[in-house]
Write a protein that binds this ligand. Structure first.
Ligand code: GRF
Length: 376
């Protein structure tokens, strides 16, 4: 190492700091992130995190880990540069670089007293493995308010000369891009992955409308905060089914918003006509198994029960047959010994979040039909 060259902290150094603080009955705060382009939002967030305890350790995703999370155009700055910049802040005591996409292992190794996370998360939306590890080491979880209007993506867009606010990037029709109608019932992590891919410029599309059969579902909340029209449609009295008026209402909303492709992102009810006939071969679903295996509900549990050594996810076209339409693309995920359905599903979702935006972006190249070229 050349003189004066910066070097991130080692795990041993961080553990020593934790032990010293413990002896003095002081608290170590831990947080993590990519910190690709440091902006005022980060600075304020880290200051608040530091104020929760007596020392702040920041874990920075390695270059490979940022690439896996944010796509091939990131990171902008190398892991060492990102770590060095962070370490110069008064609020930051130590910076450590980690290679995984999750900080589960680091949480177990460091055993922080307090774990801080930005306000785009809730305690419920924390990654399940990380959450378990935090509970195991009895860390106090603190969600800090998000600093509005500051983000690396917004900064990158400004640098590229794209001055439109982020919300407009998500809802405005890009030239040659698809207009998506997203249907979801749950948490909306696939919806969030679509929005991020659009913002990163990896998916040439706009979300024209989001429709949910569940009032206040995660997907509805995400849509509202992204500025996407979010519509609740009353599904009718029967579980997993959509009553006739609901089928028609959904179709009307999709038509009204000139949707090219309908995306079922965790939509838990069966679509029929007029949606199926109006959007024939233009509806995709993401399913958490390697279809044709394990159709229907609880697919990860079905794969475990069958003693499979791998499962995965499938993006496929939707027809009358449940999870039976043409397969567009799949990604595999290994099943570990003693896996639970929840843990396996979580890992499958990580693949879904990459696969679904990729398939959508390839839509035109694949020659799949769309509503109309330039008729928006
Ligand atoms: C995903 O696993 C998808 O495969 C299935 O429902 C789940 C939706 O998750 N169809 P989310 O709401 O996108 O987080």
């Amino acid at each position: 190492m050349a003189d004066g060259e910066y070097r991130p902290a080692t795990l041993d150094e961080v553990r020593r700091l934790r032990a010293e603080l413990n002896l003095q009955k002081k608290k170590l705060v831990f947080t993590n992130g990519c910190f690709d382009l440091l902006h005022a939002g980060h600075v304020r967030y880290l200051k608040q995190a530091r104020a929760l305890g007596d020392a702040l350790v920041v874990a920075v995703n390695s270059d490979a880990s940022v690439r896996a999370l944010k796509g091939p155009t990131r990171p902008i700055q190398s892991q060492n540069d990102r770590a060095e910049i962070l370490s110069a802040l008064r609020s930051v005591d130590k910076v450590i670089v980690f290679d995984d996409q999750r900080v589960t292992k680091l949480i177990e190794d460091i055993r922080p007293h307090i774990y801080a996370k930005g306000g785009d998360y809730t305690i419920e939306s924390l990654n399940e493995e990380e959450h378990e590890a935090l509970e195991f080491v009895r860390a106090d979880i603190k969600i800090l308010p998000l600093v509005q209007g500051r983000s690396t993506t917004a900064t990158v867009n400004r640098l590229l000369g794209n001055t439109a606010p982020e919300k407009e990037i998500v809802v405005a029709s890009p030239p040659g891009g698809l207009r998506l109608g997203v249907l979801g019932s749950g948490k909306g992590s696939n919806f969030a992955a679509i929005i991020s891919a659009i913002k990163r410029g990896e998916l040439n599309a706009a979300v024209a409308v989001t429709i949910s059969d569940v009032q206040n579902s995660g997907v509805m909340k995400l849509a509202e905060s992204a500025g996407v029209p979010a519509v609740f449609v009353d599904p009718g009295p029967e579980p997993n089914k959509l009553a006739k008026p609901a089928q028609k209402e959904i179709c009307d909303h999709l038509k009204k918003h000139h949707v090219d492709v309908v995306v079922l992102a965790g939509f838990m009810r069966v679509l029929k006509s007029p949606v199926l006939s109006t959007f024939k071969d233009r509806i995709v679903n993401v399913h958490p198994s390697l279809l044709p295996k394990f159709k229907g509900l609880d697919a990860p549990q079905q794969a475990i029960d069958e003693g499979e050594i791998e499962s995965g996810c499938t993006v496929h076209l939707v027809n009358e047959e449940l999870d039976g339409g043409r397969i567009l693309e799949q990604a595999t995920v290994p099943i570990h010994i003693r896996d639970t359905a929840e843990k396996l599903h979580e890992r499958i979702k990580e693949q879904e979040h990459k696969l679904l935006p990729k398939v959508l972006n390839e839509w035109r190249e694949r020659g799949l039909p769309v509503w109309s070229e330039g008729k928006k």
